[in-house]
Design a protein around this ligand. Sequence first.
Ligand SMILES: [Zn+2]
Length: 491
Amino acid sequence: MTAEKKNARLKIFNTMTRRKQLVVPIESGSVRMYCCGPTVYDYQHIGNMRTYVWQDVLRRTLEFDGYKVKHVRNITDVGHLTSQADSGQDKVEESAKKRHKTAWEISEMFMNIFFDDTETLNILPPHVSPRATQHIKEMLELIKKLEEKGYTYVIEKDGIYYDTSKFKHYGKLTGMSFDELNKYLKGGARVELVPGKKHITDFALWKFSPENVKRDMEWDSPYGKGFPGWHIECSAMSMKYLGESFDIHCGGVDHIPIHHTNEIAQSEGATGKRFAKYWVHGEFLEVDGKKMSKSLGNFYTVDDIIKKGYSWRELRYALMAAHYRSLLNFTFKALDAARGSIERIAEFIRNLSNITEEGPENKGIRKIVDSAFGRFVGAVNDDLNMPKALAELFGMISKINKEIEKGAVKKDDAKYIIDAVLVLDRILGLKLEEFAKQGVVPEEVMKLLEERRKAREERNFELADRIRKRIRDEYGFIIEDTKNGEVIKKA
Ligand SMILES: [Zn+2]
């Protein structure tokens, strides 16, 4: 066993091999990861955001495991057509027309909204966010290589196409043969036959600008004025920033039969090397059991959810709580449940931060924490099993809460528990440290508490109530009396 393999912890389901595999990076100690980014022609919905959230959890897990991660996520601001057929409209150009703006203005606007949404959800920004329109040169160079190797043909007045029959093992990501994939795409009418196309699976590398139409975005090329195909963008940008071979390539399951299959054909056709080692794909999100769509009125953006009074944390939690390879049925009931879960964690941390009583280290408590911590980390490293990881966290919270009620948790133990939860939060990304800060009760409140205790001992309940009211109104803390003494929390 190599040292690298011994240190590797994360197992991930690789679509290419159709099994869970230990992630052993190409270069020791670092992981290079590419994620297909948004096409910036409209608002991203929460289904899109689910994808970026699980990819964020993947990156955070790798960093937690000690890898230096280089994360690239592109911006598709040109070339993504409304149909997969290479014959539809460019989504960005079409959206621009509808909104009476230029394609440049539209893509800039929706790109910035996307960046805001990812920041809202505490998704770590990628190290590089390359825009397709700024990498036309690299795409044309890649097309030239493919042309020299005999992979391309021209369809007059249409574009430069990739002849998929020329690439050995075309479609290997799908597990289907060339013929099977052609039949599958035709059967599902995923791709209609463009006149002049030799195979259903062939696709445009470069589209010529239509005659008599002035596009906002078009470039000169040795083949004629036009714009790149969507697939060539990802091949060119991923290889520019991560090298011809890199570790992890992520996307949604819908990318498997066409977009990623074509990225592989382009990249490996041009370089003769394996493109990505691990292919990781996430499932869709449905709302109330139905595909999200504007016409059904179940289409939500991050902003829509926040405007309904939910916090970013609750939304992030709801998006991340299901396994990334299962279909997520998003409901407002689930969002309410996420609210309950967050509140439970918050209360736990606040209560712990308020424990001031000194005492010796409690070995039993530390054991509960350490074993739950280990099982949490084990679960996320097992193909990002978030449902199991969260169950471990809540199992620990229940056990420790009982110890708190018994008064068995002292100040040092409390700090130990909080620290452990905050370390796990490096994976969860819920900014839980904010609850720990909230929990710290000011000195003045502690003094008032002492006075209230005295008043209660003297059975002066009227005074005790007045102090309780003052603590709430002036300092924003609520006091609850339990059989083990008072519990104080932020209102
Ligand atoms: Zn892509």
